[in-house]
Design a binder for this molecule. Sequence first.
Ligand code: PMP
Ligand code: GLN
Length: 386
Amino acid sequence: LNRRLTEFGTTIFAEMSALAARTGSINLGQGFPDTDGPEEIREAAVRALRDGRGNQYPPGPGVPELRAAVAAHQRRRYGLDFDPDTEVLVTAGATEAIAASLLALLEPGDEVVALEPYYDSYAACIAMAGGKRVPVTLRPDPERARFRLDLDELRDAVTDRTRLLLVNTPHNPTGTVLTREELTAIAALAVERDLLVVTDEVYEHLVFDGAEHVPMATLPGMRERTVTIGSAGKTFSFTGWKVGWITGPPGLVTAVRSAKQFLTYVASGPFQYAVAEALGMPDSYFDAFRADMRTKRDLLAGGLEQAGFAVYRPAGTYFVTTDIRPLGESDGFAFCRTLPERCGVVAIPNAVFYDHREEGAPFVRFAFCKRTDVLEEAAARLKTLG
Ligand code: PMP
Ligand code: GLN
């Protein structure tokens, strides 16, 4: 393994899912739903397979039906107009979108300012692109049950070598939804310093309690410098289909496509047609999905509180970050390693998402995209910890 990748080892998600399987624990580690997405969308995939749509290489940028559906979704939800032919690109999940964006847009030595904790593939992809990551730490704000961006720290992190800002909202793992004010400040900085922005908005539909998802590209001066990433895995609960997409101005989309064509070239043919149908579902689907996840959030967050954790009840995503110090613990790694044998539950230590590991040490992430009976059982088990 080359020097760019040795520090990353095996992803925490694979490691923790293997631990869950080995110990027969409830897996609240890796974020995937235990209930598949809508029946009619599964049927749409079957129809595409049967009718021979997408069984051979689909077009490089994605099938026209899906590109049109992505553009229509961005227009309907956010008032953003993207040309399906030049400003939309279908990818093998958001994961490939992240990789292709960074590989396409970075020169070796370029600095990328990313919010810490960050989704684990960001660091690996920045490294593969020969870039240098510059983390800006989101700090806990227990009063508001969220993590906060320090705008002065963000400003100080930008240097003459900075090429792009890598943003994620709603934010994995903290569940924080960046406020319009925070995003506006990020946007103003990007414009002032002439930076590109890659924004991972895969949890765009999972915002709760009136929190607002503000797409970066809607802010002044941002549409022309922003690559926005979405994922059918998250929005429709089909993580195995690996259908994602980017939207952005033609120059950036063409650049990302140049990298993407040499990664997978294309992927997920029949599923692309099914996701095109999914994106056209009425608002009632998205509302019901959100309401269901909110119920699950409250169930797990309530259980964790009763078990003695300090809970950052998330405004978005399907993850809840907890602080384990009220349980008399301080090392999330050690805690997660022994949790399966102590009570048969698997979680993720947030420290893996930090360069400044000590900042993340007491935080542990639980996924709540699981059936309510599973969450109830997990909560009951966690209560035996104390
Ligand atoms: N970004 C974030 C923030 C995620 O949480 C995930 C999924 N865990 C991804 C990207 C990857 O999405 P996909 O499964 O579509 O590749
Ligand atoms: N995004 C999911 C999470 O944060 C996991 C994805 C993966 O396993 N790579 O848990």
